[in-house]
Ligand binder design. Structure first.
Ligand code: AHG
Ligand code: MN
Ligand code: MN
Length: 311
């Protein structure tokens, strides 16, 4: 079954369906750029996080901005590659009194795993679809849907629809075809994806947690790309992903709006848990679009065990 048709059977309302199909078109175009190597190397620019942008970061960002500007229902957009949120509905309305029919605000990391592109590891795109309006003050739990693309040996797409589960599609010559429905994450499972291991030096709780996993003979499944690493938990149906902070960087590296909130939304929709170390990521208020936060995500009991070491 095609993505288009499956979204209808899931009961996505017309507007959300329209915007999600536009995002899927963007993922299709980004997949082609990734695969043909049409945008390798550095763009010579930096993003607001001070990270050197790849041509692929910029090209992927341009693709998503293009497809979303064509959507009358999109209000604000925010990207890991842009310095601030943009109200594209207003830009389109201009000075005229065009009725602002916008219903959704969309935040995205157009290319997650930039440091892995040159070594041909799997990378991804992360898209969070929120109610309209500014992102500031919103919480990830308010999202209508999350879309997560994995550019690996195959291009696959997760769709997490609020209250309607998480589903996986495969990009074929005939478009995105449904592969797996109702993905579920079991309460526990011995896979671990320990991001930011450097933190063990100054975060003794993290060192103890890693020792716990080793003594428990957990299986390491970590690539350095948040999208493929959480893809593994969603498809194996168990495991835990961490990227904690430490004294020098108490909030770690990952961004609440562009990575932790959206990836966390999909994990929760699949029956898992996601925390910033203190509260559920779904309840964490977005105070700035460049806000970073620690993340512990995956099987409910594995998150609980991890938190018992980190708090
Ligand atoms: P991005 O490429 O969008 O900047 O994000 C990469 C993130 C995430 O994919 C991964 O979990 C993390 O960076 C890895 O961070 P380190 O390089 O510090 O290990
Ligand atoms: Mn990222
Ligand atoms: Mn990125």
């Amino acid at each position: 079954m095609q993505l288009d048709e499956h979204l209808k059977t899931l009961g996505a309302d017309e507007g959300l369906h329209q915007v999600m199909m536009a995002c899927a078109q963007g993922v299709y175009e980004i997949s082609n750029i990734v695969r043909t190597g049409a945008a390798l190397g550095y763009a010579g620019t930096q993003n607001v996080f001070g990270e050197q942008q790849l041509k692929l970061d910029v090209a992927s960002n341009d693709v998503l901005l293009k497809v979303l500007r064509e959507q009358p229902l999109v209000d604000y957009v925010a990207s890991e590659e842009l310095p601030e949120e943009i109200q594209i509905s207003k830009q389109k309305a201009g000075t005229g009194n065009v009725e602002n029919s916008a219903e959704f605000s969309i935040a995205f990391d157009p290319l997650d795993g930039s440091s892995l592109v040159d070594v041909n590891f799997a990378v991804g795109t992360i898209i969070g679809i929120y109610p309209k309006g500014s992102f500031i003050g919103k919480k990830p739990g308010e999202m209508h849907a999350a879309m997560i693309a994995v550019y690996g040996p195959r291009t696959t797409l997760f769709v997490a629809l609020k209250g309607k589960g998480v589903h996986q599609y495969l990009l074929t010559d005939g478009g995105f075809m449904l592969q797996k429905t109702e993905l579920k994450i079991a309460e526990e499972g011995k896979y671990f994806a320990p991001g930011n291991l450097r933190a063990c030096l100054k975060n003794p709780g993290y060192k103890r947690l890693v020792d716990f996993w080793l003594e428990g003979q957990y299986t390491l499944r970590y690539s350095g790309g948040m999208v493929p690493d959480i893809n593994h938990i969603l498809l194996k149906g168990k495991g835990v992903f961490t990227y904690p902070g430490y004294t020098d960087e108490p909030n770690g590296k990952l961004r609440l709006l562009f990575e932790c909130g959206t990836m966390g939304f999909a994990i929760v929709e699949a029956g898992g848990a996601v925390s910033d170390g203190k509260i559920s990521m779904m309840e964490k208020s977005i105070e700035a679009i460049d806000q970073r936060c620690p993340i512990i995500a995956g099987s409910v009991k594995e998150v609980e065990k991890a938190l018992s070491f980190l708090i």
